[in-house]
Design a protein around this ligand. Sequence first.
Ligand SMILES: NC(=O)c1ccc[n+]([C@@H]2O[C@H](COP(=O)([O-])OP(=O)(O)OC[C@H]3O[C@@H](n4cnc5c(N)ncnc54)[C@H](O)[C@@H]3O)[C@@H](O)[C@H]2O)c1
Length: 251
Amino acid sequence: MVTGAASGIGAAVARQLTAQGAEVTTLDIRQPPESVGPIADHVPCDLRDPASIDGAIRALGTGWQVLCNVAGLPGTFEADAVIGTNFLGSRMLTEGLLAGFVDGGSVVNVASTNGTKWQRRLPEILSFLATKSFSDGAEWYATKQPEGTAYAFSKESLIVYSMALAERLRARRIRVNAVSPGATETAMLPALRTALGPAKLSRVSSVMGRNAQPDDIAPAIVFLTTPESHWVNGQNLVVDGGYLSGSAFGR
Ligand SMILES: NC(=O)c1ccc[n+]([C@@H]2O[C@H](COP(=O)([O-])OP(=O)(O)OC[C@H]3O[C@@H](n4cnc5c(N)ncnc54)[C@H](O)[C@@H]3O)[C@@H](O)[C@H]2O)c1
C-alpha cells in the first residue's frame, strides 16, 4: 500500500514496487498515472478528512504486509491541512490498518530533513502524540500552536511516532521506519521553495550540484519494505546525498 502515489516520490515508490512484481494498492486524492505500472487497486481518500479515511480503512480490509505513508502537503497550505495530511491523517490510516496487518510487515513513513531536529522539543511532540484521535490532535495543535512551521512540526512528529510505533509493534515483528528526503524535484518543490525561502533551497542545490529526483529517494523506501532490511527498525533514514551530515563539518 502506497499513499501519495499520484505524484513525485510516492509515484516512484509505486513504480519501483510494481516493477519488482509486488502487488501494489495506491491511496491518494488523485488517480495515479499509468507510468506507475499495473496496480492491484486504487482507493481515493483525502487524508485531511477523518470520514474519508474511515471509508478507506473499511474498503482496504485486512492482510497488509507493507504500508508506505508518502502523501504530504507543503507548508504553503493552511496549518490544519498540513498537520492533518502529513501527520494526523497518516497516523489514523496506519492505526486503522494495524489490526489487519500481517505480523512481520513493514511501515515506512516519509518525513523530511525539515523534521530532523525533533530532539529539541521531544516533550512537546510526545504530548501531541498522546492525543488519540484525529480531532483531538487537531485541537491540540490549534490550542498549543507550537513554535515554527506546521510542516516541520508534522514531520518531527512523524519521525518520533515511527520510533514509538516500532517499539509498540516489536512483539508482532512489524517494523516501522521513517525516511527523510532532502530537496527533491517533484510537484511540491516550488511550494517548499516558497515556504522555506529561496536561499535555503538554492544552497542545497549549489552544495549538492542538483536536487534529488524521486528515483534517488524511492529505493531507500523500497529497501525498508523488503526482508533484506529486517534488522532496521525504529530509524529515521536521511536520504539527502550527504547535505545534512556535511554541515557538521563546517560546509
Ligand atoms: N519534494 C521534496 O523536496 C520533499 C522533501 C522532503 C520530504 N518530502 C515529502 O515527500 C512526500 C512526497 O512528496 P512529493 O515531493 O512527492 O510531493 P508531490 O506533491 O509530488 O506528491 C504528494 C502526493 O500526496 C498526495 N496528497 C496530497 N494531499 C493529500 C491528501 N490530503 N490526501 C491524500 N493524498 C494527498 C498528492 O495528491 C500527491 O500525489 C511528502 O510527504 C513530502 O512532505 C518532499
